[in-house]
Design a protein around this ligand. Structure first.
Ligand code: MSP
Length: 533
C-alpha cells in the first residue's frame, strides 16, 4: 500500500426519502473541507459518502410514489451525486446500501456476530418510529407523552411524530453486554466523541444502562436478508452503520490489504441527532466482532434559521415555510461563497443560526471587500507596474522584514492546530489575519506613490513581492473552503502547478513566489452583493 498514512473520513449515509437539503449538504461540505485539508498535509485520504436505501421509511416513500423501492432509490440517487458535484465535493467513493458489496458485508457481519455469540432470537413488542427508524419502549413513550400532554396519542419521544406498534419475532444484539467496555473506551479515548460536551452526553446515557436491541424485522421485506433466517431482514441501522467498513473491504478477502490499511476510520462525522447510534451501538458492534472502533465520531449541530427580526433561531421545517434549498444559496453566493459561509460562520459543533442577511454580510465583508479585493488590487498593480508580470524578485527579498512575513511565519502550524480539531472558524481567522494585514499593507506602503519614482523600483518590487507572497499563502490555506477560487488565484499568478499540494507546510514557507511570470487580472472573484431588501 501507499507510503503515506491513511486518513479515512465518512459522512452519514443519507436516507433516500427526499432530495438533499441544506443540512445534508452542510455535513458533506464539513467532511470535504477536512478531506481536502488532510490531502494537503500529505495523507492518503479516503472520503466516503453515500445513501441509506433500506428500511421502512424508504419503502414508504417509494410506495407513495408508486414505485418499487429500488426504482425509487435509483431515481433519487442522481439528486445527491449532482448536488455533490455542484458543491465541489471531492469524495473518493459513493456507497449505496443496495450494492452487492454491502449485502455481502452485512451477511458476513451476521455470521461473525453469531460466531461471537452476541445475537439471539426473541420477540419484540414495543414502539417504532418510522421517520427516525428507531425503537422505543413503553416506558420511554409514556414518559414523553406525559411531558407533552398528548392526550392518549403515542408520539415519538425524539421527533414527536406518530409511532407504530410493532410485535414481531426478531433477532437481538446483546448491547447490554457492552456497558463496561464502552465506558472504558470513553475513559481511555476522551476524544472518541467530539466536541467534549457531546462526550459527556453519551457517557451519561451509557451509565444509565443499556438494553439489548432488536436488529431484524419480519413485518416488511425491504432490507438485507439475515443469511441464516430468511424470514428476517436486517434492521436498517444495523445495515447502515456497517457501510463505513464495507467501503474499505470488510469481509471481502480480495480487499484484505485495503482493510488493514484503512481501518479504523479516523473520523465518522454525523449530526447530533444520530450520536447514540454512532457512539454507542456502532462501537459495540465492532467490539462484538473484534474489530477496531473509529478514532473519532464528530457530531455537528443543526442548522437553524435565524429570524433577523426577532433575533431567534428556529428549526427549518416545511410546515413553517422556512426551508432553504441548497440551490437558493448557490444562486445567491455562488458555490465558493456557499461553502465559505457555512464552514466559517457556523461553529461546527453547535447549532448554527443562518439567514440570508448574515450570508450577505459575511460574503461582502470577507470575500468581496477583503479577500477578493486584495487579489484584484494586487494583481492589477503587479500587471500595471511590471508589464503584465509578477516583479523580478529582488535579491534576498524573502529575508526582508515585513509585517506580512512576520504573520506568515508559523501560519501553517497555527492553522493546522485548529483544522485538526474541526475548528474551522478559528482556522479561517488565522488566514483572514493575513488577508487583512495585506490590505492594510497596501494602504501603508502606497505602491502607487512608490511607482512614480523610478529610483524606488527595487522598493516597489519588494512591496509587490510581499503582497503576492501573502496572497499565494492565503490561497493555499483557503483551498479546503473554496477550492476553485484558490485554484483560480494560483492560475492567475502562473502557479497552477502548486495547486493540490501534498506538503502544505513546505508550500507555504515564505519565499515560494515565482518572479517575472505573467499575471492575469481577470474578473472580480466575488462581485459585491447588493441587498435585496
Ligand atoms: N440514514 C441515517 C444515517 C445513517 S449513517 C450510518 C440518517 N439519514 S438522514 O438523511 O436523516 O440524516 C443525515 C444527516 O443529516 C444526519 O447526520 C443529520 O444530523 C443531518 N441533518 C439533517 N437535518 C439537519 C439540519 N437541519 N442541520 C444539520 N444537519 C442535519 O440519519
Amino acid at each position: 500500500m501507499a507510503d503515506r498514512p491513511s486518513f479515512y473520513i465518512t459522512t452519514p449515509i443519507y436516507y433516500v426519502n427526499a432530495a438533499p437539503h441544506l443540512g445534508t449538504a452542510y455535513c458533506t461540505i464539513l467532511c470535504d473541507v477536512m478531506a481536502r485539508y488532510k490531502r494537503s498535509m500529505g495523507y492518503d485520504v479516503k472520503f466516503l459518502t453515500g445513501l441509506d436505501e433500506h428500511g421502512e421509511k424508504v419503502q414508504q416513500a417509494a410506495e407513495a410514489h408508486d414505485m418499487t423501492p429500488q426504482a425509487w432509490c435509483d431515481s433519487l440517487a442522481p439528486a445527491f451525486t449532482d448536488i455533490w458535484k455542484t458543491l465541489e465535493i471531492s469524495n473518493d467513493d459513493f456507497i449505496r446500501t443496495t450494492q452487492e458489496r454491502q449485502v455481502k458485508a452485512v451477511q458476513h457481519l451476521w455470521e461473525r456476530m453469531r460466531e461471537a455469540g452476541y445475537i439471539y432470537k426473541g420477540s419484540y413488542d414495543g414502539w417504532y418510529c418510522v421517520p427516525e427508524e428507531t425503537y422505543f419502549t413503553d416506558t420511554q413513550v409514556k414518559k414523553a407523552d406525559e411531558e407533552r400532554h398528548t392526550e392518549g396519542q403515542h408520539l415519538c419521544p425524539d421527533c414527536g411524530r406518530s409511532l407504530e406498534r410493532v410485535q414481531e419475532e426478531s433477532w437481538f444484539f446483546k448491547l447490554s453486554a457492552f456497558q463496561d467496555r464502552l465506558l472504558a473506551l470513553y475513559d481511555e479515548h476522551p476524544d472518541f466523541v467530539m466536541p467534549d460536551f457531546r462526550m459527556n452526553e453519551v457517557r451519561t446515557f451509557v451509565e444509565g444502562g443499556l438494553r439489548d436491541i432488536s436488529v431484524s424485522r419480519t413485518s416488511f421485506d425491504w432490507g438485507i436478508p439475515v443469511p441464516f433466517d430468511d424470514k428476517h431482514v436486517t434492521y436498517v441501522w444495523f445495515d447502515a452503520l456497517l457501510n463505513y467498513a464495507t467501503a474499505v473491504g470488510f469481509g471481502n478477502p480480495d480487499m484484505a490489504d485495503e482493510f488493514a490499511f484503512r481501518w479504523p476510520a479516523q473520523f465518522n462525522v454525523v449530526g447530533k441527532d444520530i450520536i447514540r447510534f454512532h457512539c454507542v451501538i456502532w462501537p459495540a458492534m465492532l467490539m462484538a466482532i473484534g474489530e477496531a472502533v473509529p478514532e473519532h465520531v464528530f457530531a455537528h449541530g443543526f442548522l437553524m434559521v435565524h429570524d433577523d427580526e426577532t433575533g431567534k433561531n428556529v428549526k427549518m421545517s416545511k410546515s413553517l415555510g422556512n426551508v432553504i434549498a441548497p440551490q437558493d444559496v448557490v444562486d445567491m453566493l455562488g458555490v465558493e461563497g456557499y461553502r465559505y459561509y457555512f464552514m466559517t460562520d457556523c461553529v461546527p459543533g453547535e447549532d448554527g443560526g443562518i439567514s440570508f442577511g448574515r450570508m450577505e454580510q459575511v460574503y461582502n465583508a470577507d470575500l468581496a471587500n477583503s479577500w477578493g479585493n486584495l487579489v484584484s488590487r494586487s494583481l492589477n498593480m503587479s500587471a500595471k507596474y511590471f508589464d503584465g508580470c509578477t516583479p523580478t524578485l529582488p535579491e534576498g527579498w524573502a529575508d526582508a522584514e515585513s509585517p506580512l512575513r512576520e504573520i506568515a511565519q508559523g501560519i501553517v502550524g497555527r492553522y493546522a492546530a485548529h483544522m485538526d480539531k474541526v475548528e474551522y472558524v478559528a482556522a479561517k481567522d488565522v488566514v483572514m489575519e493575513l488577508v487583512h494585514a495585506a490590505n492594510h499593507y497596501i494602504e501603508d506602503s502606497m505602491p502607487w506613490a512608490v511607482a512614480k519614482d523610478p529610483e524606488r523600483a527595487g522598493e516597489l518590487a519588494q512591496i509587490m513581492a510581499n503582497l503576492l507572497e501573502a496572497i499565494r499563502i492565503c490561497a493555499h490555506l483557503l483551498e479546503p473552503f473554496m477550492p476553485e477560487t484558490s485554484a483560480e488565484v494560483l492560475r492567475r499568478m502562473s502557479l497552477a502547478d502548486e495547486a493540490d499540494t501534498q506538503d502544505l507546510e513546505a508550500c507555504c514557507a515564505w519565499g515560494g513566489l515565482a518572479g517575472g511570470v505573467p499575471v492575469t487580472k481577470g474578473d472580480a472573484l466575488f462581485p459585491r452583493l447588493q441587498s435585496q431588501k
